[in-house]
Write a protein that binds this ligand. Structure first.
Ligand code: GLN
Length: 305
């Protein structure tokens, strides 16, 4: 039996010096204000354990981690029809790259890059419900934390400087791959990116993906086992963008990162683990967070390989 608390304590000591080596995302001005020396990590196990270290209960901007939640909701809503509008291949490009979208005629490579998430957002706002409320309620129930919220200042700040997202959404629209207006899609997209959660929330909130789609404490089937397997596969191949190969090599688990400095990973049938350190590496993934997850799989001997 692994002593998760001892592992987390040890990792926190080891990676703390790395927290100031990366660069906090500053293309979203509100994110640039977050202190680089924050560090938190949490593990939630399927048998009900929760382990924390550092700033594991502090809420931060989950940014692209939200793409896993919206993908989950879109698959629940329209199933495999989603794949007519978005692919399932790693992009090998930056998360906000415009290049492939033009040459591949408006079909984003996968749902975990920005353009793919815009298509997913378009699906969700087309379901005839209040998409924001539906997402927030879903995320709160997954993490079992009613204090999960959104940060309108972060969303507004991103919208003011969201030139690349606007360009991507306009490309999608020009190819007929958005049903709704560009600004309506971006409004929802910036909202989902502004959700604030803690490492403990994220670890609990991804357990359903480590549990064949079933929420461990309510028994609710959130996804079918097959859908949960497919989301795990997408996280492994696309969840850390053009670093996905390196990340799989170093860490060896499906994971999703965000430019807020969060990364959450799953080990099927065992646990979910989340880490937060705001300073990023050149690929836009948390530098110390990646190192912490590599230490976690190494020290516990747990991965998907
Ligand atoms: N909101 C961010 C953006 O669109 C999300 C990117 C990320 O977290 N990788 O640029």
């Amino acid at each position: 039996m692994v002593n998760f608390q001892a592992v987390l304590d040890n990792i926190a000591d080891e990676v703390r010096p790395l927290t100031t080596q990366g660069k906090v995302a500053d293309y979203i001005p509100m994110l640039a204000r977050v202190p680089a020396d924050k560090f938190g990590m949490a593990v939630a196990t399927l048998d009900g354990g929760i382990y924390r270290v550092g700033d594991a209960e502090e809420h931060f901007s989950i940014q692209s981690i939200s793409k896993v939640y919206t993908l989950t909701l879109a698959l629940k809503a329209i199933g495999d029809a989603l794949w007519e509008r978005v692919g399932r291949e790693p992009s090998g490009s930056a998360f906000n790259s415009l290049v492939q979208l033009e040459s591949e005629r408006g079909i984003p490579r996968n749902p975990l890059i920005n353009a793919g998430a815009h298509v997913v957002a378009d699906v969700l706002i087309g379901q005839g419900l209040d998409a924001r409320a539906q997402l927030l309620d879903f995320v709160r129930r997954r993490s079992d934390d009613p204090s999960v919220g959104d940060d309108p200042e972060v969303a507004h700040s991103e919208s003011l400087t969201g030139f690349r997202n606007r360009a991507l959404a306009n490309f999608l629209k020009s190819f007929g791959n958005l049903d709704h207006e560009v600004e309506a899609v971006l409004d929802f997209y910036f909202y989902q990116c502004s959700l604030t959660m803690s490492c403990a929330d994220l670890a609990r909130g991804f357990l359903f993906l480590a549990n064949r789609g079933i929420c461990p404490w309510t028994g609710e089937p959130v996804l079918t086992p097959s859908q949960a397997k497919r989301i795990g596969a997408l996280m492994l191949t696309c969840g850390t963008y053009d670093a996905a190969g390196d990340f799989a090599y170093a860490v060896g688990i499906p994971a999703k990162s965000g430019v807020g400095g969060g990364i959450v990973g799953i080990i099927p049938n065992q646990l979910a683990v989340a880490v937060w350190s705001p300073a990023l590496n050149a690929k836009g993934n948390s530098l110390a967070g990646t190192a912490a997850l590599e230490l976690f799989t190494t020290q516990t001997g747990m991965s998907v390989f």
